[in-house]
Design a binder for this molecule. Structure first.
Ligand code: FMN
Length: 187
């Protein structure tokens, strides 16, 4: 009997059409093993978190976000760096997903990180997002790591990854995340 296909939800922390961080997730889809499916989530429809709105009933886009995270075996987050931290759209999505606190969709969720940016390759953004995920008891994979500096040299103008060395690291991260997830679920 073959094992069930693993479902990974990829979340790009950028709304830009030709986002390098979205392109990284497309590359992850391309190199994923046959028994791993990666879906890419779009954060554009997610409104800003507002406790008043939450009390009246969750917006449809937020319900879908929470369901897709809850149903995923694992998450693959790509983390752009804005002003030495991770982006507001990603924080906002994590805030919605964390609510209500005892039912955080992120709790015990296996997560891997990667990112493409400027000179420091998103290292500060990825360091900044780790405590947010720890607060939600997500299981963030420690390694392999991927910090892509000077992203415009490694992607084309449409956001497609063109660097074969980076593509191999993406392949390693997807395989490692699948193994990390299976290990955590083996109970
Ligand atoms: C408001 C803003 C702040 C930024 N700050 C940083 C930064 O601190 N470090 C960095 O490496 N790149 C920084 N950048 C450049 C982004 O890394 C770059 O725009 C990157 O392409 C964004 O990711 P995306 O291609 O997925 O949209 C900043 C860009 C913006 C718009």
């Amino acid at each position: 009997m073959g094992r069930a296909r693993m479902k990974i939800v990829g979340i790009p922390g950028s709304l830009r059409r030709a986002s390098f961080n979205r392109g990284l997730l497309v590359a992850a889809q391309e190199v994923a093993p046959a028994d791993v499916a990666i879906e890419i989530l779009d954060l554009a429809p997610i409104p800003f978190y507002n406790a008043d709105v939450e009390m009246l009933g969750l917006p449809e886009a937020v319900v879908e976000l929470r369901e897709r995270i809850a149903e995923a075996d694992a998450l693959l987050l790509t983390v752009p760096e804005y002003n030495h931290s991770f982006t507001a759209v990603l924080k906002n999505a994590l805030d919605w997903a964390s609510r209500p606190r005892p039912l955080s969709a992120l709790r015990q969720k296996p997560v891997a990180l990667m990112g493409a940016g400027g000179g420091s390759g998103t290292i500060r953004a990825q360091l900044a997002i780790r405590p947010v995920l720890a607060c939600n008891e997500a299981y963030v994979m420690p390694k392999p790591e991927l910090y892509i500096a000077n992203a415009p040299q490694r992607f084309d103008a449409d956001g497609n990854l063109t660097d074969e060395t980076v593509r191999e690291t993406v392949r390693d991260i997807v395989a490692a995340l699948a193994a990390w997830t299976r290990r955590l679920r083996a109970d």
